[in-house]
Design a protein around this ligand. Structure first.
Ligand SMILES: [Zn+2]
Length: 239
């Protein structure tokens, strides 16, 4: 990556709608994440941008190259699994990567104010939030407290999985990731406009807890993230 300096710096938030360079920034940002995940999978992380010097350098401003809308699962720490550091990733995490108003507002802030060119929805196998929603739907009971809001936000993905004949938990997770990508774009005209202008892309990736690898399961614009860019050797075709 030409933008990667000795300290493992980030892609700049340069903006353009020029046809020749449209999507160059999102493409570079995604490649950076895939490369970092590969290092993590291989057990050869560089831990870029985690030193005291870089901490001081980014104190006056941030230019993260990717927004991560991820599940809160404790095994899904974004900077670790993508081998990045301070100032690189704008991370928003909720159980089951549910995307309510505060999440949408946070994404819009990163994309429009900070100029971040890539939004990644990060889900994973054996997701507890998806399992909870599945159990709730199966038993016809709703969880108590605010956990219900999480379950309610996942239920549309369960209905979509049922309509598509998918009943294994990891297949449902993939559908929920794709559903979250659609929710972000459907609920945020601001984000959709940035994508339509070629200044931003949205990718849904599924992470495997044991292997540590991600594979793309959904992308807008279509074809943005291809299976070849997956770090999972068993990656199926992009949905
Ligand atoms: Zn989860």
């Amino acid at each position: 990556m030409s933008h990667t300096g000795s300290s493992g710096g980030q892609p700049g938030p340069q903006r353009t709608t020029d046809r020749a360079t449209a999507l160059s920034e999102p493409t570079r940002a995604y490649a950076e994440l895939v490369a970092g995940n590969r290092r993590f999978v291989d057990g050869a992380p560089r831990h870029p941008n985690q030193d005291a010097g870089h901490r001081a350098a980014v104190a006056d401003g941030q230019h993260p190259f990717a927004v991560i809308v991820g599940c809160s699962d404790s095994r899904l720490a974004a900077e670790i699994i993508f081998d990045r550091g301070l100032g690189d990733l704008f991370v928003v995490r909720t159980a089951g990567h549910t995307a309510g108003p505060e999440v949408l507002g946070s994404v819009e802030y990163a994309v429009t104010v900070l100029g971040t060119p890539l939004v990644v929805v990060l889900g994973h196998d054996s997701c507890g939030a998806v399992q909870a929603a599945r159990e709730s739907a199966a038993t016809g009971t709703a969880p108590s407290g605010h956990l219900r809001a999480v379950v309610d936000a996942v239920l549309p993905s369960l209905h979509r999985a049922a309509a598509e004949g998918v009943d294994d938990i990891d297949g449902i997770v993939d559908i929920h990731i794709a559903q979250t990508v659609e929710t972000l774009l459907g609920q945020s005209p601001v984000l959709a406009d940035e994508v339509a202008r070629g200044r931003c892309a949205v990718v849904g990736v599924s992470y495997r807890l044991a292997a540590g690898a991600v594979r793309p399961v959904a992308a807008v614009p279509a074809g943005f993230a291809t299976p070849a860019e997956s770090t999972d050797p068993a990656a199926p075709a992009t949905v």
